[in-house]
Design a protein around this ligand. Sequence first.
Ligand code: NAI
Length: 342
Amino acid sequence: MHSLQGMRIAVFDTHRFDREVLEAVNARHGHELTFFEARLGSATASLAGGFPAVCVFVNDRLDEATLRTLHEGGTRLVALRSAGFNNVDLRVAEGLGMRVVRVPEYSPYAVAEHAFAMLLALVRKIPRAAVRVRDSNFSLEGLVGWDLHGKTMGLVGVGRIGHAAARIARGFGMRVLAYDLRPDEKLAAEAGVEFVELDPLYRESDVISLHVPLTPATYHLIDAGALSKMKRGVVLINTGRGALIDSRALIDKLKSGQVGGACLDVYEEEEGIFFHDLSDRVLLDDVLARLISFPNVLITSHQAFLTREALENIAETTLTNVAAFERGEALVNEVKAAQVLR
Ligand code: NAI
């Protein structure tokens, strides 16, 4: 579509799943992609020397030293293949005249569907059942679950992902209570979602799923006090951000039975752990180790976004962002220091 020859892009923290999709989508864009498995940081920034653009993910760390090295090497554009941008020092980038772009939305369905995949797996004890059958143990002892139909789902945050989750929950025949700073009357009317304050949501929900962003207002939103207000035996789902939940308080409430189960795709100290194969090492994070030890806790390592559709959308938006920069067009997905979460 555009006649320029494409940009040279250094792609960091590459996994096979990113590389395959980026290469396939790039066939339509014609950029020159060079893949590095290393995460971008001050120790690896010199690898990007001579590349006008770098492409990074959530665990690359673009602090001042890294950005300065990138700038000295000629990099002018940082293309995040994520929605979040907390890992980039935007003030330093702006001071150096570097532009930063991101992918604000790729597939709300990917995340909402993963939340329900986890919920069903936990409630119907699928991981346990599958391991048993693999071992030729066909007993049903200890596998009694419960119906989602007729239960109450509480959604905290009803933006793009919360909307998708609300419709799925309604499809299961659940009553849906929702809390959001900006209640969506259209969703309420169309899908029969009831917008309520947090206290009644905590009190009446059998399952509570978190879909708010992490901001100073939502940090440890689910603390000991909030957990105490919930229905005894509540199941929590967190595909938002780890620090929405006070993990230590959650452990206490799991031990007392106040919380009946938890499905966690994110964890507040996940950086440096999630996305890595640490299977031949000792896990040093005692809080995570304790959470993993509960039979009624299911953990995945930040994979809710990981569908073919989401990866294709991420690749398409990222490479389009780079093309717009190359052509000197307006950067619709640019992030600025002024947008940093208040
Ligand atoms: P969104 O921006 O469409 O929706 C967020 C909603 O939360 C909005 O309706 C907003 O009004 C509401 N909200 C914000 N602050 C609030 C507060 N203090 N109290 C009540 N409501 C509040 O965002 P989207 O796309 O639905 O994503 C939600 C979050 O999911 C993201 O911020 C991200 O942290 C997480 N996420 C996780 C992924 C994963 O792979 N696990 C992938 C993508 C996003």
